[in-house]
Design a binder for this molecule. Structure first.
Ligand code: P6P
Length: 276
């Protein structure tokens, strides 16, 4: 019940977050711990989710991409949230969403302590994808209720790929790998991890925000983005990697620790690890 309660809170908040977006597209004079300028929507979604989740009995700590430190609120799960992943897409009216990881552990930990992970995708419709107990399920969210629309499993045959970062900033191994797969797959990259991962879950392929020459750990955060999305993709029959190992095996010692992220069909991830 307690994990379901956490997921229900996120589903109930989704329509409220979505309806509050139009008036909050402006940048504010604040940065998050990762040095990213915040939108009014980032702070508002974080406050709404933080308040609601902190009130759930089974939540012991709330961590957010928008907050410097973990907020201890009692005994229970560590809930790590990216309140609005891809919020820069708000100004251009492109998809974005919310990512949630439910860890049965405190920091330091790994993604192996996840008991559930989910994302809400604010696309043409609002959907929620939930991974728990070894499977990944999609829900349509309407008026705060989530309606089960079936289990998700990566298609055998991959179709799409999306790699973040600037091409000249990719290490040679990443550039070589992309040069190979761009002859096999179609480019799908939209600037919001979960919208791009949703393409991979639906059509098969690989999403990555790789290590960069300028930043060997890449851009994405392991606690809020890498581990939860790896849990979702691996529960859907895919694989994940930081270039060497499953993202679920990466030790998380710092709240805003970054990691290279590769998720998708197992053979594509295997080929990636053999190349970088
Ligand atoms: P870039 C959004 O800011 C995010 O954290 C991910 O959702 C997304 O995949 C990536 O960063 C986009 O980064 O450098 O393409 O703007």
């Amino acid at each position: 019940m307690s994990v379901s309660e956490i997921l229900d809170v996120v589903a109930t908040a989704a329509p409220e977050i979505r309806s509050g977006l139009p008036g909050r597209r402006t940048k504010i004079d604040e940065q998050n711990r990762s040095g990213e300028r915040q939108l009014a929507a980032d702070v508002w979604a974080d406050e709404l989710l933080g308040d609601r989740l902190a009130a759930v009995d089974s939540v012991g700590a709330y961590a957010s991409e928008e907050r410097d430190e973990v907020e201890n609120v009692g005994d229970g799960y560590l809930v790590a949230v990216d309140p609005l992943d891809g919020s820069s897409n708000l100004r251009s009216n492109n998809p974005m969403g919310t990512v949630v990881g439910v860890y049965d552990d405190d920091l330091p930990t790994t993604g192996r302590s996840l008991v559930a992970a989910a994302f809400v995708l604010y696309g043409p419709i609002t959907t929620m994808v939930v991974a728990r107990d070894g499977s990944t399920t999609e829900y349509v969210v309407e008026a705060g209720d989530r309606r089960d629309v079936g289990e998700i499993a990566l298609p055998e045959e991959p179709t799409v790929y999306g790699f973040g970062g600037r091409v000249p900033d990719w290490p040679a191994g990443v550039a070589d790998y992309v040069e190979t797969i761009e002859g096999e797959l179609k480019l799908r990259y939209g600037g919001a991890m979960i919208a791009d991962v949703s393409q991979v879950l639906t059509y098969g392929g690989i999403f990555a925000y790789p290590m960069l020459q300028s930043r060997s750990s890449g851009k994405l955060r392991i606690l809020f983005e890498g581990a939860p999305i790896a849990y979702i993709v691996e529960s859907a029959g895919g694989s994940s990697s930081d270039g060497t190992r499953s993202l679920l095996d990466v030790e998380v010692t710092e709240v805003h620790q970054r990691t290279p992220v590769f998720v998708g069909n197992a053979d594509l991830v295997d080929r990636l690890e053999a190349t970088v």
